[in-house]
Design a protein around this ligand. Structure first.
Ligand SMILES: *[C@@H]1O[C@H](CO)[C@@H](O)[C@H](O)[C@H]1NC(C)=O
Ligand SMILES: *[C@@H]1O[C@H](CO)[C@@H](O)[C@H](O)[C@H]1NC(C)=O
Ligand SMILES: *[C@@H]1O[C@H](CO)[C@@H](O)[C@H](O)[C@H]1NC(C)=O
Ligand SMILES: *[C@@H]1O[C@H](CO)[C@@H](O)[C@H](O)[C@H]1NC(C)=O
Length: 299
């Protein structure tokens, strides 16, 4: 009798927790919908999406999942999980997959690789989710990763040289050639320069989430947050029916970009540039309910 009661209580508590999560995620979805509606001029500039817009949507046919990956928001670990899910037994532990292998595009199928009817069917019936992060923390994380580390020169060559050429007066020949010492101030000036996005779309590491994942066109079932990464990730895995054997890898990355770090980086940015930068990322702030950072001095 006692045992039965205890089991009942545990089941009820479990259900309660689940419904709290369900309420939270419903609020997050509503926030996206409301932001799309009140900013329709910007958020729905284009009325329809083309397959080319769906390159970030990773598909898992076996569990009927679609994950829109956003760089600098735990996307390596989530790509690892998607490889476990789609691997049909090839992998069991996500951490056995090397990071660089998780980023080989041939290892995961994206939605743009399907025919239009197949795309529509999957968008309609699969569980769709994405993970977001405080926009300026993500931006500082991208800057630190791509411009302050020496191990990969491709971003220095591709973007650094361009940024220095455009933003630095009196740049040395060496800086112009290497592009490896971009200052955060110069990076910000490049992002707010209207020429930049007229020339080509932002690189995915600093592109807005709404431009990568199109949340005003695609109705995501679940918006996960970097700030509650493990909890939200395990909730997704639970909803996908794999929570009993697959968990989000726990890891403590000491080099992780924090709010304090972000505050420091923004100290050198003029309030004029802060205001313009906020405008570039404003929809991401609103859609995903991030408040205006307290360190900003907006005009
Ligand atoms: C938005 O954030 C505020 C403060 O962090 C919180 O109180 C509120 O519930 C959130 N709203 C949604 C829709 O998530
Ligand atoms: C360097 O970055 C580029 C662009 O992201 C990528 O294609 C390339 O594989 C990277 N190289 C190494 C050695 O990680
Ligand atoms: C550029 O360098 C020249 C010569 O060293 C100097 O006279 C000038 O003031 C510098 N301009 C700027 C904007 O730093
Ligand atoms: C801010 O600017 C100062 C002076 O140019 C520089 O020494 C410092 O490294 C900068 N801080 C950051 C976080 O970029």
């Amino acid at each position: 009798m006692v045992t039965v009661t205890i089991i009942t209580i545990v089941v009820i508590l479990g259900t309660l927790e689940l419904s709290n999560a369900a309420v939270l995620h419903q609020m997050r979805r509503d926030q996206v919908t409301d932001t799309c509606r009140t900013n329709s001029a910007v958020s729905r500039k284009r009325r329809v999406l083309t397959p080319n817009d769906l390159k970030h949507l990773v598909v898992d046919e076996d569990h009927e999942l679609i994950y829109c990956y956003v760089p600098k928001v735990a996307c390596t670990n989530w790509k690892r999980l998607m490889m476990v899910l789609t691997g049909r037994g090839k992998y069991s532990d996500p951490m056995e997959i090397p990071a660089n292998e998780a980023h080989v595009s041939a290892n995961l199928k994206t939605l743009n690789q399907y025919s239009i009817p197949e795309i529509n069917h999957r968008l309609k019936s699969y569980m769709k989710f994405l993970f977001v992060r405080e926009p300026f923390e993500r931006l500082v994380s991208a800057y630190r990763n791509k411009f302050t580390q020496k191990y990969n020169t491709s971003f220095h060559k591709r973007y650094g040289t361009k940024i220095i050429k455009r933003q630095r007066k009196n740049a040395t020949q060496e800086a112009l050639r290497k592009g490896d010492d971009v200052k955060f101030e110069e990076f910000v000036a490049y992002l707010i320069d209207p020429h930049t996005q007229r020339e080509e779309p932002f690189n995915e590491h600093w592109q807005t989430v709404y431009s990568l994942c199109h949340p005003c066109h695609i109705h995501y079932d679940l918006v996960g947050k970097y700030e509650t990464l493990e909890e939200d990730s395990n909730y997704v895995l639970q909803l996908a029916g794999v929570g009993s054997y697959l968990k989000f890898p726990t890891y403590a990355k000491s080099t992780r970009t924090t709010d304090e770090m972000t505050t420091e980086f923004f100290q050198n940015i003029s309030s004029e540039h802060q205001t313009q930068l906020y405008d570039v990322y404003k929809l991401d702030f609103l859609m995903f309910n991030y408040s205006v950072p307290s360190y900003l001095k907006l005009e």
